[in-house]
Design a protein around this ligand. Structure first.
Ligand code: SF4
Ligand code: SF4
Length: 291
């Protein structure tokens, strides 16, 4: 069972919802947590895992042998990302934007391009109490992070059918989010009751629907602004279930700032996350309602 937790907008409390949900589920069943927000992973601040394994993630980046290259320009034409450019009679590679598709090296008529592995990040594995924990971390300055997300996602393949796999997706609706959410049985979209939150929720709903994944919404920080009714109206018009409403409370914000886990400190939130988990399993059993 793979459940992703996503949000069109950053800063909605997605990781807080994901880590608290993991904590609650782990008392019932085998639980794996995959932090796929590889450019800014922060679930470890709350779950405080013990990391026992790390594994590099590398991309094959082209390297041009100037003695063989005649500047024909074929590689420049083939590359869809402008990551290899021919200037005069020389081909220049821009590794930061190379997607490692291998097209240039395969098409080079002079066999002047070889490929060298270049590290772009790493995957860490460990345990946080009863939770099996994985996270991806992209290296500073790396622009193409989706392969790091995929490397973390690959760990989910090792889980059996009785395991709940929670995926903390990156914010936004770009390629790393698609990589994180793809293959999920259900997606929890975390939003906040603001016009920006609603706008980005709509984009996220379009994305997961396009991917054929059922979704439900958690509204975080309820009561902080007056826009909750707008989120309600949108979800009702789209037939999207609201799975939980987490009120704004300064005590909750203080717990978050200390790196605390809500469900361990606030009985009312422990109940709320148990109810959230029950709603998700009910949605899964019903085959979802957001298609
Ligand atoms: S395709 Fe090969 S020979 Fe032609 S410009 Fe590119 S690297 Fe040089
Ligand atoms: S490997 Fe692909 S993305 Fe990278 S430079 Fe070659 S054609 Fe472009």
């Amino acid at each position: 069972m793979i459940i992703s937790i996503a949000s069109g907008k950053g800063g909605t409390g997605k990781t807080t919802i994901a880590t608290n949900l993991a904590q609650v589920i782990s008392t019932e069943m085998d639980t794996w947590f995959l932090d796929c927000d590889v450019e800014a992973p922060n679930a470890h601040l709350f779950l405080t895992p013990q990391i026992d394994k790390t594994q590099d993630v590398s991309l094959l980046i082209p390297e041009v042998d100037d003695s063989k290259c005649d500047g024909c320009g074929v590689c420049d034409e083939v590359c869809a990302f402008n990551a290899i450019v021919v200037l005069g009679d020389k081909a220049m590679v821009f590794p930061e934007i190379c997607h490692s598709c291998g097209g240039c090296s395969r098409c080079c008529p002079k066999k002047a391009i070889s490929e060298t592995p270049v590290r772009i990040g790493q995957v860490e594995a460990g345990r946080a109490g009863d939770i099996r924990f994985f996270r991806g971390v992209s290296d500073v300055g790396v622009a193409v992070v989706t392969p790091v997300v995929k490397a973390v996602k690959n760990k989910a393949r090792l889980a059996d059918e009785n395991t709940a796999v929670l995926i903390d997706a990156p914010p936004g609706t770009g390629c790393p989010v698609v990589a994180a959410v793809s293959g999920s049985d259900y997606c929890v979209l975390v939003t906040e009751p603001t016009p920006f939150g609603l706008n980005d929720l709509k984009l996220a709903v379009q994305l997961v629907r396009h991917m054929g994944i059922d979704c439900g919404v958690v509204i975080n920080r309820c009561g902080l602004t007056g826009s909750e009714s707008d989120v309600d109206a949108y979800c009702e018009s789209e037939g999207i279930p609201i799975l939980a409403r987490i009120p704004f409370d300064r005590r909750y914000a203080g717990c978050y700032a200390r790196g605390g886990i809500w469900v361990n400190e606030f009985p009312e939130l422990h109940n709320a996350f148990n109810a959230l988990w029950a709603s998700i399993t009910a949605e899964l059993a019903a085959g979802g309602s957001a298609q």
